[in-house]
Design a protein around this ligand. Structure first.
Ligand SMILES: [Zn+2]
Length: 285
């Protein structure tokens, strides 16, 4: 079953068939092809996918050229789409098979730090982040046009192998929409593309949540551990029982036997001495 086969109503049947052949050819060559398959007319349906598309459409540099890509991506012309750190590589089937390379600048460290700090304590888990089950505030932070996660036109460098390449051809536009579609299924690719570790957003959140909730109990635990370490080195047994045991050995039970021993010693001492003296005496005799 191909990715194109469930959409028989697509108008550009010829192009679709061509795209399919191209994909098969690439797959035979051992390359793992990842075509873009939209669900009917819907290019992106989730928060991350839609936010990607909304961001691109919000720039006047792009808004006139992007619509040409919608039909292309919907009819399955994006035969292959690969998202890597800082780079999008794609194959789009038009009158020929074109290679598209789009470079995306890394998210500046200052912006990433600011996003982390603003989201601190507000994203409970990785699932929450990737399924966008976040507060309205967090969603606003990550989608903010100048300080969010999405790239601006200045950070996007477009390239296509087609002859009518100008600023943005329909192939490139299709690929940009294709990224929105891909983020529906693999939202973590956005972070990879911007070269930031999405787990840092969770870690930051978890750290601060732990600090707020468990600071008291954490301190206690640490204190106990420190105690155990100190006593472990000095006393060579579990910390809490250390003090009493030591005292018991020295002060209490040891005291009585010592006295008894002393008494016995006192008894045996002279007796032995007497015996030795006796022996000596008998030798003399
Ligand atoms: Zn092109």
């Amino acid at each position: 079953m191909g990715w194109w086969s469930y959409r028989p109503y697509v108008p550009v049947a010829q192009r679709r068939a061509k795209a399919a052949r191209a994909a098969q050819k690439l797959a035979k060559g051992g390359r793992k092809v990842a075509p873009v398959a939209t669900n009917g007319r819907t290019i992106a349906a989730t928060f991350w996918g839609k936010a990607w598309c909304d961001n691109l459409e919000s720039y006047s540099d792009f808004e006139n050229r992007l619509p040409r890509g919608r039909t292309y991506v919907r009819n399955g012309s994006v035969v292959d789409l690969q998202i890597e750190p800082g780079k999008i590589r794609a194959l789009v089937s038009g009158s020929h098979l074109y290679r598209i390379e789009i470079e995306i600048g890394p998210l500046p460290a200052v912006k990433w730090k600011a996003i982390q700090s603003e989201c601190r304590g507000q994203i409970g888990s990785l699932i929450e982040l990737l399924q966008a089950r976040m507060s309205q505030r967090v969603m606003e932070i990550v989608t903010r046009r100048d300080s969010g996660l999405f790239p601006s036109p200045k950070e996007i460098k477009l390239g296509c192998s087609c002859p009518d390449w100008a600023e943005m051809c329909k192939h490139v536009a299709a690929v940009l929409y294709g990224v929105g579609n891909r983020l529906d299924h693999q939202p973590e690719l956005l972070f990879q593309l911007r070269q930031v570790n999405h787990l840092e957003l969770i870690t930051a959140a978890a750290d601060s949540a732990a600090l707020v909730k468990k600071s008291a109990s954490k301190k206690k635990t640490i204190a106990r551990e420190d105690l155990a370490q100190v006593f472990g080195i000095e006393l060579d047994a579990p910390a809490p029982s250390k003090g009493p045991l030591r005292k018991a050995r020295i002060a209490q039970p040891a005291a009585r036997p010592q006295r008894k021993q002393a008494k016995t010693k006192a008894k045996t001492g002279p007796a032995k001495r007497a015996a030795r003296q006796g022996k000596a005496a008998s030798k003399k005799r």
